[in-house]
Design a protein around this ligand. Structure first.
Ligand code: SAH
Length: 360
């Protein structure tokens, strides 16, 4: 059990950072949450936009096809997905993308997936697509050349660090053990030079404030910036989080569609934290990428024609009218995913503005 391994580690070497705890709980190859099961879907732990409606992936496919045309229809190009889950979004995207001649034929689909269980599901889902598909372990390993990169609910499960302001300094928040050997949060050492990772607008937050640091997101931005310097490309991230950096603990664990305490039974629940779009976009701009968003998911999907797509599908299958209306509502209403979920686009400077983003 991953809990026992983590307890042993803490007993031997002392408290561990939340990022390390998260990495082991989610991705330990033997016992981690993603390593061992397929957590996505109505009967599993959580559900995502592509699993709610085929229309989500279809619009992403049309977005990617338009981006491909904006890039001058490079043939071939890498169509990359980070954390494809069950492969549903890519399958729907490729089906819709067939409406643009040459797009699917030019695409070399590259999937980046940490979970062996989910890779197997992806292979099954995408088998019938007729596209060329391969897997690599990390973004850095994607073959060179023009690329379009998609990631839905990928950034939120990259490990986060947390820091607490204590006597004027930022200290790492860590995971230790209490007298009963239960996992508890403890205050660790000052961040030192890493205090520079605290978002600028939060640096002077009051005593006891908590901030989250997302080194994984910055690594992704760095890799894209390096890549897009020599190869044209565009990346689209869809995730949940505020528009501006905020203080507060957003680490959450979800099991069977319910929130559970995040340190409780590691390896048995999904662990995520809100994405900090302000820091993500600023990091991209600092590396000379063009950066767009965050755009709210509801506005974005409606802008790309979600309602017209729902109407067309309802006409084809009238029995589905109500189901489709409910899907539109779940994806776009502000009580559902419409405003909490947002999109950010990063691309090589010089391309036209990406579809779905209002100029600001
Ligand atoms: N995009 C899918 C799945 C979201 S869940 C959907 O919308 O349904 C997060 C996905 O990212 C899972 O497939 C998970 O295994 C994968 N993942 C998380 N961290 C990863 C990492 N560091 N490298 C590769 N894949 C990762």
């Amino acid at each position: 059990m991953i809990a026992d391994q983590l307890r042993d580690r803490i007993r031997q070497t002392g408290p561990m950072s939340i990022a390390n705890f998260m990495t082991e709980a989610l991705f330990d190859p033997g016992a981690g949450y993603y390593a061992t099961k397929d957590p996505i879907g109505a009967g599993a732990d959580f559900i995502t936009a592509p699993e709610i409606s085929q229309m989500f992936g279809e619009l992403m496919g049309l977005w990617a096809a338009q981006s491909w045309m904006d890039m001058g229809r490079p043939t071939p190009f890498q169509l990359v997905e980070l954390g494809p889950g069950r492969g549903t979004m890519m399958a729907d995207a490729l089906r819709a993308g067939r409406s643009v001649p040459g797009f699917v034929e030019a695409a070399r689909v590259v999937l980046i997936e940490a979970s062996a269980a989910l890779k197997a599901v992806q292979a099954q889902t995408l088998g019938p697509s007729g596209a060329q598909i391969s897997w690599v372990d990390r973004l850095e390993a994607v073959p060179s050349g023009p690329a379009i990169v998609l990631g839905n609910e990928f950034l939120d499960c990259l490990p986060v660090r947390q820091a607490i302001r204590h006597k004027g300094d930022w200290h790492e928040r860590m995971v230790g053990l209490d007298a009963e050997e239960d996992f508890v949060f403890v205050l660790g050492p000052p961040l030192g030079v890493d205090a520079g990772l605290v978002p600028e607008r939060l640096r002077e937050a009051p005593e006891d404030s908590l901030v989250e640091l997302r080194p994984g997101d910055l690594q992704v931005v760095e890799t894209l910036a390096t890549r897009f310097r020599d190869n044209p490309g565009r990346a689209l991230f869809i995730d949940y989080g505020p528009e501006l950096s905020e203080t507060g603990d957003t680490l959450q664990a979800v099991r069977a569609h319910k929130k559970v305490p995040p340190l409780d039974q590691p390896g048995t629940a999904d662990l995520t934290a809100r994405v900090d779009f302000e820091t993500l976009l600023a990091a991209a701009r600092a590396r000379d990428l063009a950066a767009y968003g965050p755009e709210e998911q509801g506005r974005f999907l409606l802008g790309l024609g979600l309602e017209a797509r729902a109407a067309a599908l309802s006409q084809a299958v009238p029995d589905k009218r109500q189901t489709l209306a409910k899907q539109v509502w779940r994806l776009t209403d502000s009580s559902q995913m419409g405003t909490l979920f947002k999109l950010a686009c990063l691309d090589a400077a010089g391309l036209p503005a990406p579809p779905g983003f209002t100029a600001r």
